[in-house]
Write a protein that binds this ligand. Structure first.
Ligand SMILES: [Zn+2]
Length: 465
């Protein structure tokens, strides 16, 4: 393949020849070889393919078939009721679940089973809260999950109200079924210039690892995948595009393990040659994780996922332990309006920080956390730059990054995130994305960027019509 007239990052216009899976030549006026695919970039920016450092592929695949139930798509109770009724009226098997995602109390308060029964009495409905921790299920749904049980007495607690907290594993067992196809997700990510992802799902085991290997072998999933997950992945061997990632440790302030337990998990992971990735959204969680890592000793690649609230003393602790932060600037945009209402004013400057982490020398990368966040990394980058919420207000403007810094968050080494964007050079692997405009134009509004073509290991996996 020959890419002509591409703007490489130092602003030069060059031609690139790709042979096999790598860049064989760069220069001006490269001659077309017989039978070669030629792509004319007409001066638009050619960048390394993006890597989403924190995403949940299977959940994203499922969410593409799900009904949005919260902001920004749905803002009011009437709107939610209308959408649910419309979905329930579509021709479908009466036993087929209606699955909603992204619910937030700002829409209709603390809705429960009775609320859902009133809107959709006849088909099973389950709606996920946007925190990912709560499912709200109606009576037909509960009857499917626990046939014949008396809701008030059966476990897990919450069956009576239909509000099931932290019941993912329980639901997963009861719903069963085959893992979703990753074809649509992969195509969507390719259209956004994403050539690699890190799947950050805590319950990923060898079974999911094999599913990712099979999906890439079949060509259903085109991106490289770093698979985080549980201790069973200690025994997983890298295969093709799929690599074993850190152990994902999920902390919850309301139900923290003992520090001995956390230290033992970290030590086990390190002994297996795997870094850890600790989910921390509250200040307590992040301090707890750092102190465990200080006790066991941290190793390169150890990371804190989210670090959503990081006041100055937390930033010093993170820097002192040499930890990487994987952040979600898209939450500034997507959830910022709720943060401005719900988060105390003195904590707002410490939310999803950017500049503060960089100045402290903390390696920082980003992931969209899709489907909990929008999978479009360009929207996330723009939010890292302008710190704007959906309604146009700003949060933590002092944390704003330059467009180049924001771009680098979605690049670098997938197993050692937080480094600089990789360079496009002769001999490097041809994971590339071609924008629809030069960088000088793109950098002023990253949210407006469209991707014209995406190349993964020398193969064109996306081209705009
Ligand atoms: Zn996540």
């Amino acid at each position: 393949m020959l890419i002509r007239n591409a703007e490489t990052r130092d602003g030069r216009i060059e031609d690139l020849r790709i042979e096999g899976d790598s860049i064989a030549a760069m220069g001006s006026n490269l001659r077309t070889a017989p039978g070669e695919i030629v792509l004319d970039a007409v001066g638009c920016a050619l960048l390394p393919g993006l890597h989403d450092h924190h995403v949940h592929l299977m959940a994203l695949a499922t969410s593409l078939d799900s009904l949005p139930c919260g902001p920004p798509q749905v803002a009011t109770a009437e709107d939610l009721e209308r959408r649910l009724r419309e979905r329930a009226a579509l021709p479908a098997d009466q036993d087929e679940w209606i699955r909603g995602i992204g619910y937030h109390e700002s829409v209709a308060g603390e809705i429960d089973r009775a609320w859902l029964d009133r809107v959709v009495p006849s088909r099973p409905v389950r709606i996920q809260h946007r925190s990912g921790r709560l499912w709200i299920v109606n009576s037909p749904g509960l009857a499917r999950l626990v046939p014949g049980a008396e809701p008030a007495t059966a476990s897990p607690p919450g069956l009576a109200t239909g509000r099931l907290y932290d019941a993912d594993q329980w639901l997963h067992q009861r719903l069963g079924g085959r893992p979703p196809s990753l074809h649509r997700v992969s195509h969507l990510l390719a259209s956004l210039g994403v050539t690699g992802v890190t799947d950050a799902t805590a319950r990923n085991s060898l079974e999911e690892f094999r599913h990712f290997v099979d999906a890439t072998t079949r060509g259903e999933l085109l991106q490289r995948v770093v698979v985080m997950g549980d201790a069973s992945l200690d025994g997983a061997a890298d295969a093709g595009l799929v690599r074993r990632g850190p152990t994902k440790l999920y902390l919850r302030e309301s139900d923290l393990p003992s520090s001995e337990e956390l230290c033992a998990s970290i030590a086990r992971s390190h002994a297996a040659g795997r870094p850890v990735a600790v989910h921390c959204v509250t200040e307590t969680e992040v301090v707890f994780a750092i102190s465990a890592l200080a006790a066991t000793g941290s190793r390169p690649g150890d990371r804190i996922e989210h670090a959503s609230v990081a006041p100055p003393d937390v930033v010093s602790l993170l820097a002192g332990q040499g930890l990487t932060v994987v952040t979600q600037p898209n939450f500034v945009r997507e959830r910022g309006d709720a943060y401005l209402t719900d988060v105390p004013a003195r904590e707002q400057p410490w939310l999803y920080r950017g500049r503060g982490f960089l100045e402290a020398g903390i390696p920082m990368a980003a992931g969209t956390d899709a489907p909990l966040g929008d999978p479009n990394p360009w929207l996330a980058m723009q939010a890292a730059v302008d710190r704007r919420t959906m309604s146009g207000r700003t949060i933590g403007l002092a944390e704003a990054l330059s467009p180049e810094e924001a771009l680098a968050l979605f690049g670098g080494d997938s197993l050692a995130p937080g480094g600089p964007l990789s360079r496009i050079a002769r001999g490097s692997t041809a994971d590339l994305c071609l924008l629809d405009r030069p960088w000088s134009t793109a950098r002023s509004d990253l949210a407006a960027v469209r991707v014209n073509a995406t190349v993964q290991r020398g193969r064109l996996i996306w081209q705009s019509a």
